[in-house]
Design a protein around this ligand. Structure first.
Ligand code: ADP
Ligand code: MG
Length: 532
């Protein structure tokens, strides 16, 4: 039973042992690039912004049931295919987006760009998705066996693959140091790889392949782009926020691309899209290649095979008069977009709510996944928590306006953390806005993670925080596909699962984002229930 694990986990350590472990982890993080730019220092202290610090990390990996981990991994390629199919079915998406577009300017602007490019004619029929499916364990009091429930599916800027691999490596080193070594974890059943009862465990976190998985999908996109349409060499662009703090996570992918796969890549800040890239005239190049002029050497021109978005997922990022023009410019180019606008929109919370419908209602899963077995569809469906729209007279609206809202979260169509409304704030919030805006939100039942989970976190400012925690597992997956003329079914070219992100936050925190400051990076240690 999950609870019994936490009775003795994480292992007890003395204040001296903890101080030593913290120091070891601080040094390990800096030495290996498990780092972020700080946000807690004044410009006077951090003159010229030269400083970096450890990413927020847990001292110990968090236990996670093997069966739930296996289920999440087994479902990832199915999820990849599902979202490729959704993004390929424009008519279905439009039907769902229609009511949102009426009340949400951000989505309306994205949709407008899609329509404008469609009118002009898309010149790229291949799309790339770098996904992360996020889960929590659900263990309501009446059930001793936790089950896997999806929190959300990310189709844009799915982050932390670069750093999560390092956390797994660090925890593995600490768990496998010869015992007696002063920086090893103290002995514990979960770190004992010779023991098979009561827990079957490898004694350390499973290997995390997030970096090669993600970088290889960019490489697959790069190859699928084909030869240069101009005389210029090809490159991949990482589209990034101007003041990105999570830069080392991104550099892990670009470094892998460069050193292991031999592909040049560049970081393009959002504010420089229209200055550093260009689409040549229609007359000279009707196929609309995207050309990149590195500011350090503008005469060395590259043609862009893939644009990987680590930015432009939130309305606040479109804060200059040219931001929308810049997004349009990228969308109409022949570079493969990761994601295209249709794929970006496919990741809306609204889509995730609509997908939970099942017979006698519309069975979208079976329709989008015609080749999946019924047991696969059932396994996928079992990861959905109940979700509702707030349409007039609906069950969702009556829950949201009643005491039952205590057990729910209200989500707008936004990404990046900090946007949700929880429990007793839901009803007053809805009463404070016009009814016509309700369609912007979906209502989701709260997932109940194990109560007893504990861990200790080393924050980026060096503070050590101990206590009850909630963990969220993300599984990375990638998909490259082609949309053939006249078909709304994707032709899948590359579909992979690989690597995971474990994030752990204090139990009292509702939100879960690491970059948003709520959470820390973790890894996991798998256990199985002992046979009775
Ligand atoms: P975002 O796109 O902002 O990341 P999420 O749907 O992931 O939106 O919600 C943010 C955080 O809120 C999650 O990381 C999780 O910690 C918490 N959360 C979201 N949905 C639920 C839920 N159904 N039950 C419990 N916690 C949730
Ligand atoms: Mg999230």
């Amino acid at each position: 039973m999950a609870v019994s694990i936490y009775e003795s986990y994480p292992p007890q350590i003395s204040p001296e042992q903890e101080a030593y472990l913290v120091q070891t982890i601080k040094n390990w993080c800096i030495q290996h690039g498990l780092t972020v730019r700080p946000n807690f220092l004044s410009d006077e202290v951090n003159r010229n912004h030269v400083l970096a610090t450890n990413a927020p990390v847990t001292l110990f990996p968090s236990p996670f049931p093997q069966a739930c981990f296996d289920q999440a991994k087994d479902l990832q390629q199915v999820y990849n295919e599902l979202y490729a199919a959704i993004a390929s079915d424009e008519a279905w998406l439009e039907e769902i987006m229609r009511e949102l577009i009426e009340v949400d300017d951000f989505l309306a602007n994205l949709w407008k760009i899609h329509l404008a490019v469609k009118e002009e004619g898309y010149v790229q029929d291949i799309s790339l998705g770098m996904f992360r499916s996020d889960y929590m364990l659900n263990s309501p009091e009446d059930s001793s066996t936790p089950s896997l429930k999806q929190v959300e599916f990310n189709t844009i800027s799915s982050s932390f693959g670069g750093l999560s691999l390092l956390v797994a490596r660090m925890h593995t080193e600490l768990a496998t140091f010869p015992s007696g070594n002063s920086i090893a974890y103290p002995p514990h059943a979960l770190f004992d790889n010779t023991k098979d009862k009561p827990f079957i465990t490898s004694g350390h976190p499973p290997p995390n392949t997030s970096v090669p998985t993600l970088a290889t999908s960019l490489f697959a996109g790069h190859l699928a782009y084909g030869p240069s349409k101009t005389s210029h060499p090809l490159c991949i662009l990482f589209l990034v926020q101007d003041n990105e703090r999570n830069i080392f996570d991104q550099l892990a992918l670009s470094t892998h691309l460069q050193t292991e796969l031999g592909v040049p890549s560049f970081r393009l800040p959002v504010s420089r899209i229209l200055t550093d890239t260009q689409i040549p005239s229609k007359e000279s190049h009707p196929s609309r290649p995207l050309l990149y002029m590195p500011p350090s050497s503008p005469s060395t021109i590259f043609e862009v095979s893939v644009v990987y978005f680590r930015a432009l997922y939130a309305p606040t990022e479109y804060d200059t008069p040219t931001s929308w023009a810049a997004r349009h410019h990228l969308e109409r180019s022949s570079a493969i977009k990761c994601p295209s606008i249709l794929l970006h929109l496919s990741g809306s919370k609204k889509i995730q709510q609509v997908l939970t419908s099942k017979p006698p209602g519309p069975d979208h899963l079976s329709r989008f996944l015609p080749n999946a077995s019924s047991s696969t569809i059932e396994s996928l469906r079992s990861t959905f928590a109940p979700q509702y729209s707030l349409s007039p007279g609906s069950e969702g609206l009556s829950i949201a306006l009643s005491a039952k809202s205590q057990n729910h979260v209200l989500k707008p169509q936004r990404e990046g953390g900090g946007n949700n409304i929880y429990r007793d704030k839901i009803t007053p919030f809805l009463k404070s806005i016009p009814d016509r805006e309700y369609s912007q939100y979906i209502l989701m039942e709260l997932i109940n993670p194990p109560e007893a989970a504990k861990n200790t976190v080393l924050r980026s400012d060096g503070e050590v925080v101990r206590g009850n925690v909630i963990s969220e597992l993300g599984i990375f997956g990638t998909c490259l596909w082609k949309n053939n003329q006249g078909s709304s079914k994707p032709e899948i070219l590359h579909n992979t699962e690989g690597g995971y992100l474990m994030r752990t936050k204090g139990k009292e925190s509702d939100e879960g984002g690491v970059a948003a400051g709520f959470s820390s990076l973790d890894s996991l240690i798998l256990y199985e229930e002992a046979n009775p």
